[in-house]
Design a protein around this ligand. Structure first.
Ligand SMILES: O=C(O)c1cc(=O)[nH]c(=O)n1[C@@H]1O[C@H](COP(=O)(O)O)[C@@H](O)[C@H]1O
Length: 308
């Protein structure tokens, strides 16, 4: 899957990922009204609204982008119907040729991590039958329980040729509270970055490893250091747009080959129609606003890389 991700990035020339994080209040009224008319103001109605919203955004952007990142929390909040909309979104995006990064941020004791890995990137045995439950291409993993919480994910991904993005330095304001703590004079996130490089060296694709990292766009100086600590790991960089990250902050997340990083924007793309810059499209044409926001994001990153 890392080879497909790299190929898709080369094909589109767009090292970006659209975050499918559908909150109900981003969904235009006409989409909600239609879903509620069919299913009532129920969890099913909400799930239908987020599915229709996602579908329109994917239809309007899939030719420009290599990958999407549905954040499972946004679906889980609507219970079982929400999870069904998550799965429908995963399958639809794959049909469209997109790489799907399931943002699930799991990580637990070994046996529990193994079950998470099987459910999201592996296959499960039921009697004589085998199923691929969620079937994302990559998932995000929280490594802060230690190696035995990560290894089951690596093992399943090796078998299935799927990939991981492991949280190293997160984009949120409090991420330094624990992740920046010094151990023998070195920040914890750097030590985690070294482990990512080690896990990744055991699971290489053609150019890059199947084991990538997450480093927030909001910490560009740390990104510069981590780029060198994990030269063969793709870095998923969230925090562009809504959290304040800009193209010029991101150049050092990339390697000299122009590859090695993929920048996520969720609200900045899916709720573009609510921003002044794209208001001219109107709520009815929210998909066109998202497409314009994707084009602008690609241009911003390209220009920044050219000026590097
Ligand atoms: O793993 C992630 O994707 C992630 C890690 C991180 O450090 N910060 C972060 O914002 N994210 C996710 O990236 C997305 C960011 O959304 P926007 O701020 O709307 O672009 C959300 O789905 C977050 O859960």
């Amino acid at each position: 899957m890392i080879n497909k991700l790299v190929a898709n990035i080369k094909k589109t020339g767009a090292p970006i990922v659209v975050g499918l994080d559908p909150m109900l209040n981003y969904i235009p009224k006409h989409v909600q009204d239609k879903a509620f008319a069919e299913y009532g103001e129920t969890l099913e109605g909400a799930a239908e609204a987020i599915w229709q919203f996602n579908k329109e955004i994917v239809d309007k952007t899939y030719d420009l982008i290599p990958a999407v990142k549905p954040q499972i929390a946004m679906y889980e909040q609507f219970g079982i119907p929400g999870l069904a909309a998550f799965k429908k979104t995963v399958d639809y995006c794959k049909e469209k040729g997109l790489v799907v990064i399931g943002d699930i941020k799991r990580g637990d004791i070994g046996s529990t991590s193994a079950a998470y890995a099987v459910g999201h990137v592996g296959r499960v045995q039921v009697g004589s039958k085998t199923y691929v439950p969620f079937d994302e291409d990559f998932v995000t993993v929280n490594p802060y329980l230690g190696s035995d919480g990560v290894k089951p994910f690596v093992d399943v991904c090796k078998e299935e040729k799927k990939g991981l993005f492991i949280l190293v330095k997160t984009s949120n304001p409090s991420s330094g509270e624990f992740q920046d703590r010094l151990i023998d004079g070195r920040p914890l996130y750097e030590l985690v970055g070294e482990k990512v490089a080690e896990w990744g060296s055991e699971h290489m694709g053609d150019e890059y490893s199947y084991v990538g990292a997450v480093v927030g766009a909001t910490y560009p100086e740390m990104g510069k250091v981590l780029r060198k600590v994990m030269p063969k790991s793709y870095i998923l960089v969230p925090g562009y747009g809504a959290q304040g990250g800009k193209g010029k902050d991101l150049v050092h997340f990339f390697n000299e080959d122009g590859l090695g990083a993929i920048i996520n924007s969720s609200r900045g793309i899916i709720a573009a129609y609510k921003q002044e810059a794209y208001a001219k499209y109107g709520e009815e044409n929210f998909g066109d606003a998202s497409r314009a926001a994707v084009e602008d994001m690609i241009a911003d990153i390209r220009e920044s890389l050219e000026q590097k």
